[in-house]
Unconditional design. Structure first.
Length: 317
């Protein structure tokens, strides 16, 4: 009985490790990082988190389906460039809608080639990443688009609830919506079934190809929307805007417990993992650490989680 209880405790600990990691990182940074525990700094952490969260939700959906999407960083940049590039002539509504549509179309391209043409998702999304990067450089001619209308930026960045701005609230709301749909609805649970065992999912009556294509379309849509919102925040769209998105999103998704083989994961835990990494980056910045140190720290956390997963796998075997 004690062995079962011990096993149950380890299982609970493994499934909820991201909350423990977040608590440890936050506690350590609170003790050693200057000016870390201020309202302004916590708001900065949340704003950094919101940049990566929407693409990470889409990436998590793709990984739940047992696939990879390497194009999210390029789509983030594309969404920002389209939003800022079209805004002066067509306004915010058309420019944001166009960014979302463009991201969705890239996702549709990825999904069709993966599901219907049966090309490996790594190869397809690597190709689309390169294509979109080239398109972005062509659109902005290597420069940075800027906009002079700060109205929407002031609205979505204004603090309305303690440390929460509308952009942060929109991000958290979308994450909770997707978490609810994935865990509490039959179509949502289908993503887990398709990722865990495509053959059994097909025999159970699920359209595996449709789920895979939907995952990639949603990934592109959310990446385009994420890039659009961030470009509005900074009122510009540099061609390297989403350059670091892929690395951080992949790390956060794995640290949050999503299986690379599919069928297991949570968009909520992915968001918590991004908040943890944002806390780590911010705390190191408060201590004067450079970008390379922050990248090394995130790599160490990812390596530790992977080694812990490997340890659990050995114990099960």
């Amino acid at each position: 009985m004690s062995k079962l209880r011990h096993k149950s405790f380890k299982q609970i600990l493994g499934e909820n490790r991201i909350y423990l990691i977040l608590a440890c990182v936050f506690a350590v940074m609170s003790l050693i990082a200057p000016r870390f525990l201020t309202m302004t700094n916590v708001e900065s952490i949340l704003k950094l988190m919101s940049l990566y969260t929407l693409p990470a939700v889409g990436f998590t959906l793709v990984m739940l389906s047992g696939k990879l999407d390497l194009s999210i960083g390029s789509i983030v940049t594309l969404g920002g460039v389209i939003t800022i590039g079209l805004q002066p002539e067509y306004g915010w509504t058309v420019s944001i809608s166009s960014a979302i549509l463009a991201g969705s179309l890239v996702g549709l391209f990825n999904g069709i080639f993966v599901a219907k043409v049966k090309v490996d998702s790594f190869i397809v999304t690597l190709a689309s990443m390169i294509i979109v990067q080239g398109l972005v450089l062509k659109l902005c001619d290597g420069g940075t688009f800027t906009v002079q209308d700060f109205t929407l930026s002031n609205i979505i960045e204004k603090t309305v609830l303690c440390v929460f701005s509308p952009r942060i609230l929109i991000t958290i709301g979308l994450v909770l919506l997707f978490e609810l749909l994935l865990k509490q609805t039959r179509p949502g649970r289908g993503f887990y079934a398709v990722g865990a065992n495509p053959s059994m999912a097909w025999h159970a009556g699920l359209s595996v190809d449709r789920y895979v294509i939907s995952a990639f379309v949603l990934s592109g849509l959310l990446s385009g929307l994420g890039g659009s919102l961030f470009s509005i925040t900074i009122n510009s769209a540099p061609p390297t805007m989403g350059a670091t998105s892929l690395i951080i999103v992949v790390a956060a998704t794995i640290i949050g417990g999503t299986s690379m083989s599919g069928g297991k994961g949570s968009v909520l835990k992915t968001m918590v993992a991004i908040f943890m990494l944002s806390t780590l980056f911010n705390g190191l910045s408060c201590m004067g650490a450079g970008y390379e140190i922050r990248q090394m720290a995130s790599g160490i956390v990812l390596a530790a989680v992977i080694m812990y997963d490997a340890y659990l796998t050995v114990l099960k075997d």
